[in-house]
Ligand binder design. Structure first.
Ligand code: CS8
Length: 376
């Protein structure tokens, strides 16, 4: 067993860490306050080679794996998870195309991502978040085309995306009746709502999408008809280690901020870290951080080595989400009244952490997946 990162991984991690410290942290609070997509940061990260890591080299990407993506994402999210999410969301749509698209589809869309375009992964619907098999957007075959009708919600970067990877029902109810399509933003009948207002990760936009008889060529279907559910689950196997790293990044920041504050803030004649109840919080925060990090890296490493990682990915996502929420809660507690103030960074970490227990599969869904995998 080797826990050391190789030279290339350490270089990439360091590049992302330096970038987050220099470009993301100073702007995070203002981007959150103004709910502004971090376009300049996105452009810089793109030119530094920090994005589109999993796109194969023949389509202009870095040709790296899930572990590299996880390492970089952790660092970006240590800077700000809203920025990290906005910058890494392309990988969900990309992975569906990379792993299930035709050669023609890969050549069509992957170089566009490398050139800086954004794409969204559109699964969630008003009536189907946890229950992917229950989604209702329909794609009806009509000659050489499909006609899409329905709506999606909570779709990350949808207001800026130039194309979408859309899950829709082509058959009967249940998981075998779903298919997945590449849909251009410019398709007549497709419209995108304004970004939804939300508690945290406010610079990463999430919007509704409406399909009003959108006609697309059948050649834009990814994989076979009826394979949509499997493609969605496979995409989650690739994305959940990365989303676990969102939590690890925020968690690392909670520890850094809390440690620095606890060493300087004095009560009862000494720095509060000398009070054992505060020291214990920091010890627990640091231990759960390492555990979350190892689970995330392992889930990514497994899929990079061709192993089924469904169990590991859900364990990583579950643990990272629960432990970052606990860490953020304790960070606010360590800061006391200052933790509740927008003048200090930890109230944002607390707000940003909450959705990690909800998106990319709630903690409850991860437990269901884990329990099912234990019975395989
Ligand atoms: O519905 C599944 C699920 O995973 N739900 C959670 C959905 C989710 O994660 N939503 C998030 C939406 S996207 C999002 O949040 C992005 S927002 C921003 C993110 C971050 C920004 C960057 C479920 C609940 C696990 C399962 O549902 P069921 O309908 O009960 O299906 P099953 O019976 O379990 O499975 C049906 C068949 O599929 C096979 N399967 C299931 N999982 C897998 C994987 N790999 C391969 N095959 C899989 N992982 C399963 O074995 C069943 O096959 P059978 O042959 O029928 O037995």
């Amino acid at each position: 067993m080797d826990f050391l990162l190789n030279h290339e991984e350490r270089q990439l991690q360091q590049l992302a860490r330096t970038f987050a410290g220099r470009e993301i942290i100073p702007q995070a609070s203002e981007l959150d306050r103004t709910k502004t997509f971090p376009q300049a940061i996105y452009d810089q990260a793109l030119s530094l080679g920090l994005l589109n890591l999993t796109v194969p080299e023949e389509y202009g990407g870095a040709g790296l794996g899930c572990l590299a993506l996880t390492l970089v994402t952790e660092e970006l999210c240590r800077g700000c998870v809203g920025v990290g999410a906005a910058l890494s969301i392309n990988s969900l749509a990309a992975d569906a195309v990379i792993h299930h698209g035709s050669e023609e589809q890969k050549q069509w869309v992957l170089p566009r991502l490398v050139a800086g375009e954004l794409a969204s992964y559109a699964a969630t619907e008003p009536g189907a978040g946890s229950d992917v098999a229950g989604l209702q957007t329909r794609a009806v075959r009509d000659g050489d085309d499909y006609v899409l009708s329905g709506s999606k919600t909570w779709i990350s970067n949808a207001n800026l995306a130039s194309f979408f990877v859309v899950f829709a029902r082509t058959g009967d109810g249940g998981s075998t009746g779903l298919s997945v399509f590449i849909v251009e933003r410019s398709t007549p009948g497709l419209s995108v709502g304004e970004p939804l207002d939300k508690l945290g990760q406010r610079c990463a936009p999430t919007c509704e999408i409406f399909f009003d008889s959108c006609r697309i060529p059948a050649s834009q279907r990814i994989g076979e008809e009826g394979q949509g559910f499997r493609i969605a689950m496979d995409a989650f196997d690739h994305s959940r280690p990365m989303v676990a790293a969102f939590g690890v990044g925020v968690h690392a920041r909670c520890l850094e901020e809390s440690l620095a504050y606890a060493q300087t803030r004095q009560t009862m004649g000494q720095p509060i870290i000398r009070h054992q109840l505060i020291a214990a919080k920091l010890a627990e925060m640091s231990t759960s951080l390492e555990a979350a990090r190892l689970l995330a890296y392992r889930a990514a490493w497994l899929i990079d080595h061709g192993q089924r990682n469904t169990l590991a990915a859900s364990q990583a996502k579950l643990f990272a989400a629960e432990s970052v929420m606990a860490a953020a809660t304790e960070a606010v507690q360590i800061f006391g009244g200052m933790g509740y103030s927008t003048e200090y960074p930890v109230e944002k970490l607390f707000r940003d952490a909450k959705v990690l227990q909800i998106y990319e599969g709630t903690s409850e869904i991860q437990k269901l997946v884990i329990a099912r995998e234990l019975q395989r």
